[in-house]
Design a protein around this ligand. Structure first.
Ligand SMILES: O=C(COP(=O)(O)O)[C@H](O)[C@H](O)COP(=O)(O)O
Length: 327
């Protein structure tokens, strides 16, 4: 039972917990898992009436939505799947959700491989690409380049505090790409060797601002100073429709122990009375890169200067701003 008294399948609660704990992470992967969870909810629902079934689906969507606030791919996925809920019987409603979730997940895969080819076109033999965090959309561009036979190298920022750069490094090495891992603070020095900065996005606002892992905006500013172009690889489910009507994107703040764990805290405060009281750590998980620091947003519909992304956003979303469970 969720807090409103509707039955949410335990598997959905598990997915929600895994997203909140970042065992499932990255905007595209979260969207995929959320769509799958709605299909599971539909399959396992014990509702005997259509209205009860619909309430359960909306409760499941709400439980999933409340896990992480910044990646808009999550509400976009939930909205898309629920918008396809159709039928006068529980059996028909169930089938409509399962089909729609399947279609969403297939489209997600197709969009990623399409944007990969678009992004790969920006890369030339011998290019060195600097990455931040771990983005499957950004990696799709590098994978397509490798498949085209383009010789690239990567400089991978480790991305404190969760070190998602290590996932990127592992994936690139699997594809045979030479990788140099650097600490985040070394970015400016190593930009001298880079031909591109390539990152993903959790959300893209109507003015072309890019919301991505904390440190992206600093990297983009440094890249501009060094004359290195910044490419953002983002499927259109990363476009944030609410920002067309002035909504701002909430930046997730995570547990300060990710930055300063108990051992590190104890080492700082060791033996000095009262030191601990004034010691805090802050842990915003994302930041906002203004459009002037971004050269191109690569999507499955082609690449766009950030300032023009609003046109695509209007075309794809209209003015939809309802929350998924209010449709
Ligand atoms: O910022 C992150 C992940 O943050 P976290 O690790 O906190 O989820 C990624 O760059 C985007 O989500 C895009 O990823 P993708 O391209 O895979 O959607």
């Amino acid at each position: 039972m969720d807090d409103r008294g509707h039955d949410v399948a335990p598997a959905v609660e598990t997915t929600a917990d895994e997203i909140a704990a970042m065992e499932i992470r990255g905007a595209a992967t979260i969207a995929d898992a959320a769509a799958e969870a709605l299909a599971i909810q539909a399959q396992r629902s014990d509702a005997d009436r259509p209205d009860a079934f619909e309430r359960q689906l909306r409760a499941a969507a709400k439980a999933l939505y409340e896990t992480r606030p910044t990646a808009v791919s999550l509400p976009n996925a939930l909205r898309y799947v629920l918008a396809g809920m159709d039928g006068e019987t529980v059996a028909k409603l169930r089938a409509s959700i399962v089909d729609r979730a399947g279609e969403f997940r297939r489209d997600l895969d197709r969009a990623q491989s399409k944007l990969g080819s678009v992004g790969a076109n920006r890369l030339r033999d011998g290019d060195v690409v600097m990455t931040h965090c771990h983005s499957t959309d950004a990696l799709a561009c590098l994978e397509a380049a490798v498949e085209d036979g383009t010789e690239i190298e990567a400089i991978v920022k480790e991305t404190r505090p969760r070190m998602q750069g290590h996932i990127t490094a592992g994936q690139l090495r699997e594809w045979g790409v030479p990788v140099t891992v650097i600490v985040d603070g070394a970015a400016r020095r190593y930009l001298d060797r880079a031909d591109h900065v390539l990152v993903g996005a959790d959300s893209i606002a109507a003015d072309g601002s890019v919301i991505n892992k904390i440190g992206t905006s600093g990297l983009a500013v440094l890249a501009r100073e060094r004359g290195v172009p910044v490419t953002v690889a983002a499927q259109t489910i990363k476009l944030h429709p609410d920002t067309m009507t002035g909504h701002t994107v909430e930046i997730e703040r995570r547990d300060e122990r990710e930055v300063l764990d108990e051992e590190a805290r104890a080492a700082i405060t060791d033996g000095v009375d009262g030191v601990d009281d004034g010691l805090t750590a802050e842990n915003p998980a994302f930041d906002v890169t203004p459009p002037r620091y971004v050269d191109a947003i690569v999507t499955e519909h082609g690449q766009f200067p950030p300032e023009t992304i609003v046109t695509l956003m209007r075309e794809l979303f209209g003015e939809t701003v309802d929350e998924p469970w209010e449709l």
